[in-house]
Each structure stands twice: as structure tokens, then as C-alpha cells.
Design a protein around this ligand. Structure first.
Ligand SMILES: [Zn+2]
Length: 87
């Protein structure tokens, strides 16, 4: 079974569609059961969409830094919630 930290490690590959089918399926199963990771993936995907929309020209550093912060925040909230929410 995929754990939250495993999902966080492969989340960007999942969003880019670069995971093998089996791994992709375990991510989907985890997402069905874990709302924290759904939020995480949602944030990451939003960031990644923003990024590709923005990168038609040049990506400025301020923008990239903000994306990093969002991803870091999402990661932190996944870790924080993992321990208290073990149903
Ligand atoms: Zn999770």
C-alpha cells in the first residue's frame, strides 16, 4: 500500500503522467482514500498548470519561488496530518 510520503515523492511524475500504469493505479487508490493527498495533488497540479501557462516566455525567479513555497506548504500539511489521522 502506498503511503503519503511515497505519494509525495512521486507526485510530480504522477501529474506529468510519467508513472508506470501500476504505480499510477496505486496513486489513484490512495487518493480515493486520503483527502490530504487529494489536496496535495490538487495544489501541485494547480502550480504545475500555472507554471506551464507561464513558461511560454520566461519564468521569473519570484514566480518559481512562490511555487516552491506552495509545494513545500502542501508537503508539510500532508506530513502534519498523517500522524493525527490514521483511521
Ligand atoms: Zn495520503
Amino acid at each position: 500500500m502506498l503511503m503519503c510520503k511515497d505519494l509525495a515523492a512521486i507526485a510530480s511524475d504522477y501529474i506529468d503522467g510519467e508513472l508506470p500504469v501500476l504505480q499510477k493505479m496505486s496513486v489513484r487508490m490512495h487518493l480515493m482514500m486520503c483527502r490530504h493527498c487529494r489536496t496535495f495533488i490538487g495544489n501541485l497540479r494547480a502550480s504545475s498548470n500555472l507554471l506551464s501557462a507561464h513558461s511560454s516566455g520566461k519564468a521569473d525567479e519570484e514566480f518559481l519561488r512562490r511555487i516552491d513555497e506552495r509545494v513545500a506548504e502542501a508537503l508539510l500539511s500532508v506530513r502534519k496530518n498523517k500522524d493525527s489521522d490514521s483511521e
